[in-house]
Structure formats: C-alpha cells, structure tokens
Design a protein around this ligand. Structure first.
Ligand code: RIB
Length: 305
C-alpha cells in the first residue's frame, strides 16, 4: 500500500537541557544530537517503518546536511527520488531544546523547504498514481500544500492534513481535506478553543465540521485523542510509556493513523495506531530515530489495548 508525503525535511540539532531556557538566560545543557527531522520527513520514515511503500516529495539544499539526511532517509526504505536539490537555499535546520519532562521548544530555519512550489506539486502529482493517501503538514508553503491536496482530492486519494505548525486556514482548505489532525495549540489557532478534555474537543470538532472537513481528530497529548467522523465519535486514552523526548510524537501519530486507514482499519483502530505510534516516539531521543516500527506498535496495542 502506497503513501505519498509532501513536506519538510530538516537536520535537527537537539540539546537536552534541565529546563527550557528563559529569554536572556544561558543554560548548561547535558548533551546534544544531530539527526534528521522535519515534519514531512518524520512522517515519511514513520509510515515506512509501519509498513507502507512511501514516496517523499520535498527539497533540500545543495549542502552537507542535505546529503546526510537523504542518505539516512533512503536507508529507511523511503523513495527520496522525488526530493529536489535547491541550489539557492540551504537544507532546513531545526534548533531544539528538550527538558527533563520531555517537553520541547523548536526553532525552524526553513531554507529549501520554503521554496516548494509548482514544480514540486507536479512531481507529487505523478507520485499519486496508485496511492492510498497523501500526508501533508505546513512547514512548507501552504499554497503548495493546498494545491496538491486539491489534486489528490479530485483523484480520490485520502488527504490527511496535519495543520502544524499552527496557522489559520483559508475556507477553501476545508473542502479538500479528508482528515484534519490538530493538537491543542493548533486547534486553538483554527477555532479559538484550546481543548483540555473530550467535551471541549467535541465543541472544536463541531466548528471544523461546519467548515466542511468530514473527519476531525484532535490530539491532546497525555490527555488522549478525540475523533469525530460525523457518524462516529469517540475518545482514545493515551498509552502508558516512559516518555523522555516528545519531539515528532505528533508526526508519528499521523503516520500510524494514515497507515491504518490505508490498510482499511476502522476509525477507532486507526486512532489507536496513531496514539500508540506517538507514544512510542516519546520513548526515544530525537526525531527520525524515535519513529516507531510496526512490530513494537503491534506489541504495545496488544499489551494495552
Ligand atoms: O515535529 C517535529 C519536527 O519539527 C522536528 O523534527 C523539527 O525538524 C521540526 O520540523
């Protein structure tokens, strides 16, 4: 089963710190790692590890980070042949701090990611042949993401849209998205409600439905996940794991959800796959290295339901 991912690719420089720094503060950290990341790239690697045939469409710079990242991602069985090399902008870079509670703060220098446009949409369109789903996030220009979403929608390829990082969306976006998956902060930016429980998530989902998106999945981290397809609503409790680093947990969630949907699982099971994938991602350091494998996801679901 084939999934196309259109999105960002970064090198992540992650520092492990006792607490997130305050403005003007200099902190002594414990350690750092340099690993591939980027929301698009993380989703692509996670979907491949979970069993999908993945084609990734994005852009890197003509530099050492771009070469390193592509080599590592290709070794994860992701087809990176639709990734273009931009000769003007450098590879995207994320500077990340992770504290003792696994919380993070991220600054992204978009670089080549922000040059995605018509030629990238055209390559993505070619990849849609035989695809079950298109995964999107918005660390790349929104116009390009919505353009390929519209094409996928017309071709009956499921569009799974992660509105991250948080921005408000134009009305036309809601007409071409099949599944929207905001977290609490993104939900607040979209509809003005920061859900803290099932009933607040339900109110937020109702607004998103009114705007035209059919399937709403609201990720509330350690508080669980609310889903509402219009005909089926429910809540999936979080999986219990020892979390050390929450970077890319949302990306892993979207990959778990999308792979399960593409395999024909029902919405509740697909949300479980998302929640289990996200939980596993928090148990390891970094973005790409933390992405879940299929066997460990099945094991966690078998253990905890
Ligand atoms: O979602 C996590 C990702 O956000 C990191 O890998 C970093 O690159 C930023 O894009």
């Amino acid at each position: 089963m084939k999934i196309v991912v259109f999105g960002s690719i970064n090198m992540d420089l992650t520092a492990y710190v006792p607490k997130l720094p305050l403005p003007g503060e200099t902190l002594l950290g414990d350690s750092y790692i340099t690993v591939p990341g980027g929301k698009g790239n993380n989703q692509a690697v996670a979907a491949a590890r979970l069993g999908a045939a993945v084609q990734f469409v994005g852009r890197v710079g003509d530099d050492i980070f771009g070469k390193q990242v592509l080599k590592i991602v290709a070794a994860e069985n992701v087809d990176v042949s639709p990734v273009a090399v931009d000769t003007e902008k450098g590879t995207g870079l994320a500077v990340i701090s992770v504290d003792k509670n696994a919380e993070n703060a991220i600054t992204v220098i978009s670089g080549a990611n922000w040059t995605l446009g018509d030629s990238d949409v055209a390559r993505a369109e070619q990849c849609l042949d035989g695809a079950a789903a298109l995964m999107l996030q918005i660390e790349v220009p929104l116009e390009a993401s919505l353009h390929i979403a519209e094409i996928a929608h017309q071709r009956n390829v499921k569009v799974i849209f992660d509105p991250a990082p948080a921005v408000s969306l134009p009305d036309k976006a809601y007409q071409v998205i099949d599944f929207i998956t905001p977290n609490e902060t993104e939900t607040e930016v979209l509809v003005g409600i920061k859900p803290q429980n099932e009933s607040e998530a339900k109110q937020a989902a109702a607004i998103l439905h009114q705007r035209g998106v059919k399937n709403v999945i609201i990720k509330m981290g350690a508080k669980g996940v609310y889903y509402d397809t219009g005909t089926d609503q429910g809540f999936v409790k979080p999986y219990h794991v020892k979390s050390i680093d929450s970077v890319a947990a949302g990306d892993a969630f979207n990959a778990g959800l999308t792979v399960a949907l593409a395999e024909g699982k029902d919405i509740k099971e697909a949300v479980r796959w998302g929640a289990a994938a996200g939980a596993i991602a928090t148990t390891r350091k970094g973005a790409l290295p933390a992405m879940p494998h299929r066997e460990e996801l099945l094991h966690l679901i078998a253990q905890q339901g």
